[in-house]
Design a protein around this ligand. Structure first.
Ligand code: NAD
Length: 471
């Protein structure tokens, strides 16, 4: 059985759970299902490892992070194959996640150094601002980008001097567990602990009094539960939650030029990304042309399992999500006109063709909610103020984009959007040095960039009177 990394040792559990191949529905592996004693042991190891890790020089911690990144790069072929197996996605996507995102974010955070800042200095006093690690961080990860999201928590947590316990998603634990095994001899024992398990293991991390902070990525519904559950221990909290990103196509856009890019950013990873285009607002004058272009691209896409070298798009990753997407397909059929896709593929696996639906409006579930699958609703607008108001009306505010030929004009529209990230003539352009903020009910406590380090640090001022008091 694949094992968990706890206190530097590869560890089994008293319980096990199945991992399913989304291309076939068959069981492909058994992994430990962390029971309370495993979670307890991982937290105890992380707590014991904290003082020594905190007290290392930044350069020494950076060297460990660089070694972790190098170990991933050296084993990229095996890791990508494992990620393709458990997610069903095409190989190119797995390589992007492992080599570009996971490795890239580890290396970026290895370069950052936290230094005290001088706030005031005069004849009488010197005031310094320090940032100090918190202790044990609990990281809870979703299934859609399991390795990247784990590394985007491990990297800043460790760079800041914390230790960490990672709880992988129930349906995609394999690659992250294997990475744990690859790291076992280069990371000091207990600094990184990796658990596989269900929601119960996540809850135990959230409630534990020895965990100082929870960094959670997942659905808004679970985020709410976690926010309530941390109240008794008043833990620090980062929530990266759901999104319903709007893209606005301005009247001066060139449909032929932008359609392939919009298509790619709407259906990336078959729509199973927090910040892909999930609502496309198109000006009246371009609406029919854009609908036609999206439908043509969707119809010609090659949907297949990641083992097929010709695959461009893979299945929905797990059965629960597949059933959710089927529900939204039914909604799409009821609400608008499906012009590509619409019916799940026959045969084994969770394959749903790329689906484009037109003649839909805000107020319909297919527009207002997050299907988190390969469905793109296209909404018509006549006035830019309406499009912006609708884009901003959502309780989600993760990403958004504006598309047009006049880049300066498009940028002005971008500035009126309320999402944490706004892109112009692109979407979901991730970069380790650029913060990825979430606004409204998409979460809080930013990841990415230098700003992504700060939520893993506690502020402290040291205020020094220069002359000693005399009696
Ligand atoms: P989910 O909320 O169902 O589960 C996420 C993780 O939380 C899993 O590891 C799960 O076991 C754990 N969990 C569930 N209940 C818990 C509880 N009560 N206490 C502690 N842990 C618990 O989400 P999912 O279906 O895995 O992921 C899809 C969602 O994630 C989508 O809404 C997507 O938009 C969002 N997401 C957001 C971002 C972002 O950066 N904002 C990135 C990726 C995914």
């Amino acid at each position: 059985m694949v094992r968990m990394l706890i206190g530097g040792k590869m560890t089994e559990s008293a319980r096990a759970m199945d991992v399913i191949d989304p291309c076939t529905g068959a069981v492909i592996a058994h992994v430990p299902d962390a029971c309370p004693s495993d979670v307890e042991a991982a937290i105890a190891c992380a707590k014991a490892a904290f003082p020594a890790w905190r007290d290392l020089a930044t350069a020494e911690r950076s060297a460990v992070l660089q070694a972790m990144a190098t170990r991933i790069a050296e084993n990229a072929d095996e890791l990508c194959e494992l990620l393709v197996l458990e997610t069903g996605r095409p190989m190119g996507l797995a390589q992007f996640e492992i080599l570009h995102l996971a490795q890239g974010y580890l290396r970026y955070y290895a370069t950052l150094e936290v230094k005290p800042e001088l706030i005031v200095e005069d004849e009488t006093r010197r005031v310094e601002l320090h940032r100090k690690p918190l202790g044990v961080v609990g990281a809870i990860v979703p299934w859609n980008a399991p390795v990247f999201i784990a590394c985007n928590k491990i990297a800043p947590a460790l760079a800041a001097g914390n230790t960490i316990v990672v709880k992988t998603a129930p349906s995609t634990p394999l690659t992250t567990l294997r990475i744990g095994e690859l790291w076992a001899d280069i990371v000091p024992d207990g600094v990184v602990n990796i658990l596989s398990g269900g929601n119960e293991a996540g809850s135990l991390l959230v409630e534990h009094h020895d965990v100082a902070k929870i960094s959670f990525t997942g659905s808004t519904a679970t985020g709410r539960k976690i926010m309530a559950a941390v109240a008794p221990t008043l833990k620090r909290l980062t929530l990266e939650l759901g999104g319903n990103d709007a893209a606005i196509v301005l009247p001066d856009a060139d449909v032929a030029t932008i359609a392939p890019a919009i298509f790619a950013f709407a259906f990336f990873n078959s729509g199973q990304v927090c910040a892909v285009i999930k609502r496309l607002y198109v000006h009246d004058s371009l609406y029919d042309a854009m609908c036609e272009a999206m439908a043509d691209l969707a119809k010609s896409a090659k949907l297949s399992g990641g083992g097929d070298p010709a695959a461009e798009f893979g299945p929905v990753q797990n059965l629960a999500q597949y059933q959710k997407v089927l529900h939204y397909l039914a909604e799409a059929r009821r609400s608008g006109k499906i012009i590509a896709g619409g019916d799940p593929l026959e045969g084994p696996g969770y394959f749903i063709p790329l689906t484009v639906v037109r003649d839909v409006n805000d107020g319909m579930a297919i527009v207002d909610e997050e299907p988190f699958g390969p469905i793109l609703p296209i909404i018509r607008y006549s006035h830019i103020d309406t499009a912006i108001a609708l884009a901003n009306a959502s309780p989600f505010a993760l990403g958004g984009s504006v598309w047009g030929s006049d880049v300066a004009a498009a940028s002005k529209v971008a500035a009126r959007m309320e999402s944490g990230s706004v892109w112009v003539n692109q979407h979901c352009a991730l970069d380790p040095q650029v913060p990825f903020p979430a606004n409204k009910q998409s979460g809080f406590g930013v990841e990415g960039g230098v700003e992504g380090l700060y939520p893993y640090l506690a502020l402290q001022t040291i205020n020094i009177a220069k002359s000693a008091l005399t009696t």
